[in-house]
Design a protein around this ligand. Sequence first.
Ligand SMILES: Cc1cc2nc3c(=O)[nH]c(=O)nc-3n(C[C@H](O)[C@H](O)[C@H](O)COP(=O)(O)OP(=O)(O)OC[C@H]3O[C@@H](n4cnc5c(N)ncnc54)[C@H](O)[C@@H]3O)c2cc1C
Length: 462
Amino acid sequence: MILLERLIEALGSDAVKAAPEDLAAYAFDAYTDGGTPSAIVLPGSTRDVSATVKIARDCGEPIVARGAGTGLCGGAVPTVGGVVLSFARMNRILEFDERNRRARVQPGVINLDLSRHAAASGLFYAPDPSSQQVSTLGGNIATNAGGPHCLSYGTTVNHVLGLEVVDAGGEVFSTSVEDAGYDLTAALVGSEGTLGIVTSAWLRLSELPESVRVSLAAFDDIDSASEAVSAVIAAGILPTALEMMDAVIVRAVEAAFHAGYPTEAAAVLLVENAGLREDVAAAQDAIESIVLQHAARSWRSAESRTERDALWAGRKGAAGATGRIAPNYYTQDVCVPRSKLPQALRAVEAAARANGITVGNVFHAGDGNLHPLLMYDRRDRRQVGAVVETGNEILQCAIELGGTISGEHGIGWEKREAMTRVYSTADLAAMARVRDVFDPAGALNPEKIFPRGARCPEVVPP
Ligand SMILES: Cc1cc2nc3c(=O)[nH]c(=O)nc-3n(C[C@H](O)[C@H](O)[C@H](O)COP(=O)(O)OP(=O)(O)OC[C@H]3O[C@@H](n4cnc5c(N)ncnc54)[C@H](O)[C@@H]3O)c2cc1C
């Protein structure tokens, strides 16, 4: 038990957990469970993180960073054991620089807490994953999280100005987007804890808009709704957010939130425009006219802040609302070109029907980023198999339509084998070389992103 003794000596017993119930609690994330860690460390500072990495390295233990564990691809699961670094205690906003519209945060700060803090200064943090009430900024950075408002504001990578990172050897380094030379900040964002451990970040804050309008368009069929999405973007209009929900989701959401969603519609579009009052009004009018030309049966705008918030609460709470349909759900995350949305949605429906699975679609339509929620009961092996098969067919369909295997949730453990479907051996070898530079021993979050057995020696051609 040299590992535990050394960790306790360096960080104190409060920061180190190794009771069976603690280890069990950190063996899973929102995707799956797997692997029992040797220890859980709750660092209070960058120095604690550095000491932990050095001790783990000496003891031959891998390191898995963990935020809130809301990841949907097994990214924070310690599949080969090791030390889990949980950032629950590093949850402070360290500096708030209103003048330069930026903040320096520890990785354990909850996404929404930053926007709440910034609101008093008329600012907010734009990337807003639907998990923003619980997911951490460290996890968001590591997965390059997206969200409804990323259609117009860009994903997390567009809002990270600099990072403090502990490398695989336990040394601390900093990056800034203002650095000359390689943009290491962008390289680290989305690296899923495999290149370094983020211990603080400078994040860009955006100005709260003067005016915000949220509207709901209801359709009698999904194809018309998808075509309306393509038409809006093709017309050169970029709403702040453009989200779609199908009938299965709308009914579940309305039953849970009573937000005024039309339960008889086959699909709804939630449209938000934000900015200067005149611009918002013009965009709303233009979008209304396009959706009506695409057979929308109704177009309704929220009349108050309360009504607007209720519509968003329904959208962001959609996954939880599906608990009324089945005890479990699996979220697939793929992207297709927007013009291929109708085909993609038809393929999702066909795959689910063929496998006897109920599917509900709730997704970032403006980005072509589908999130079919496959509903099932995990106690039933047949249903589990059917969900795996459906998810696989959806993945393949996205690839065939010219899309990608992950829109925003990342690759993690779940999709690492699928990497070979979209990348050649040479592509993977190039990525593995990058990883090797940061972490030659492969100690940071092993078994993630790269296909099984694909450590550099296997991927890199001799
Ligand atoms: C209901 C629901 C809705 C969701 N909606 C969205 C959405 O709209 N958009 C979206 O992008 N995602 C969404 N997600 C997925 C998930 O919330 C995001 O991937 C989120 O960024 C994960 O943050 P976390 O703090 O939970 O990280 P975790 O799940 O704990 O970790 C995720 C990854 O980040 C790594 N990591 C964590 N902290 C650090 C660190 N300090 N340094 C280095 N690596 C680190 C982990 O090792 C792991 O690989 C949703 C999930 C749920 C359950």
